[in-house]
Design a protein around this ligand. Structure first.
Ligand code: 13P
Ligand code: SF4
Length: 323
């Protein structure tokens, strides 16, 4: 698993220019860099990105880019996937502490024991996992292709699905398959309050609930539409509804609002009166850190070559099965 210490950063330059957008765009040209960003990033990072997408779209971009440097505005497993696909490119993550609770919920040693208990099972892992888990998997999937990928596996082939139990349960429902689930979850998507969503629906009877499949079943039950971040964005654009209660990280509302300024998007509230529906890892990246990462060419994503090679095969299978 990756470690978070970064002692060199204290030596690196921390001077910030007045026009960060301009400075980042200049560095993109100087480094031949591409900035890839996830929808959960702060709005200003989304606005400076060359490509904005969900985990599948970001992996596809990382697999096809001709840039020399990939600046990944997302979390560690996403940047790690880009490095697995591009061993000769410099892959930068603005804050190396931008991890993922779901990836952390599946430690490699415990998963190896779990997998050994089901020797005849194929391992399908959600991309939100470490390179070590990917290296132990047969096929990777994301929230946008999980159902499609499981449907392509012969019906008599038993499957372990890891690490997200909620996405796994959703895939079981959609495919009618019986999957062995690793019991991981995401701290953001398990925090939405069913009670507050019901209250919002009473206050806004015209609203549709749209949800990411990482949400817990009591929240998914209220959803008119369930999908990946890209799928939610497309649905919000095409649905005739004027108001949406959005049960995923609220960073995506920036794009929803940009695409359809006349519609109303209400973030689904957390159980406590906190901002726990914001991913604390995604939000570690800032425009300032993104600029400094490009200027200093660090923090860089690295991993042992034997792990990278083993993790590449199931990612390539996913990309082949997603065309
Ligand atoms: P997407 O597949 O929609 O990008 O989901 C990523 C994620 O981390 C959800 O929490
Ligand atoms: Fe991980 Fe959840 Fe954050 Fe997505 S929202 S990156 S699954 S902690």
């Amino acid at each position: 698993m990756f470690t978070t210490a970064l002692p060199q950063q204290t030596k690196a330059s921390s001077f910030l220019p007045y026009d960060l957008f301009g400075a980042i765009n200049t560095l993109k040209k100087e480094l031949n860099a591409v900035v890839l960003a996830h929808y959960y990033q702060d709005p200003d990072i989304q606005d400076v990105a060359d490509y904005l997408g969900d985990s599948l779209g970001l992996s596809q971009q990382a697999a096809s880019t001709s840039a020399d440097v990939i600046v990944f505005a997302g979390v560690h497993f996403m940047a790690e996937t880009a490095k697995i696909l591009n061993p000769d490119k410099l892959v930068l993550l603005p804050d190396l502490d931008a991890g993922c609770s779901l990836a952390d919920s599946c430690p490699p040693e415990e998963f190896a024991k779990f997998k050994a208990a089901y020797p005849d099972h194929l391992v399908v892992s959600y991309i939100n996992c470490s390179a070590e888990i990917k290296a132990m998997s047969d096929i990777i999937c994301t929230s946008s292709n999980a159902v499609r990928i499981v449907n392509q596996i012969p019906e008599d082939q038993p499957i372990i699905f890891a690490p997200d139990r909620n996405l796994g349960r959703y895939v079981m429902e959609q495919t009618g398959r019986d999957l062995v689930l690793w019991q991981g979850s995401c701290i953001v998507h398990e925090t939405f309050s069913e009670k507050k969503i019901i209250q919002l629906k009473i206050e806004h009877p015209e609203a549709e609930v749209i949800a990411h499949p990482e949400c817990e079943p009591p929240v998914l039950r209220h959803a008119s539409y369930i999908g990946s971040t890209t799928a939610l964005l497309k649905y919000a654009q095409t649905s005739p509804a004027s108001t949406f209660i959005v049960a995923t990280e609220p960073g995506i509302i920036h794009q929803m609002q940009k695409q359809t300024p006349n519609k109303r998007f209400i973030p689904a509230p957390a159980m406590n009166n906190c901002a726990c529906n914001e991913c604390p890892y995604m939000r570690l990246n800032t425009l300032e850190k993104l600029y400094l990462a490009m200027k200093n060419r660090q923090p860089e994503i690295t991993m042992p070559e034997h792990i990278r090679v083993a993790a590449l095969r199931p990612i390539q299978r996913m990309l082949e099965m997603s065309v």
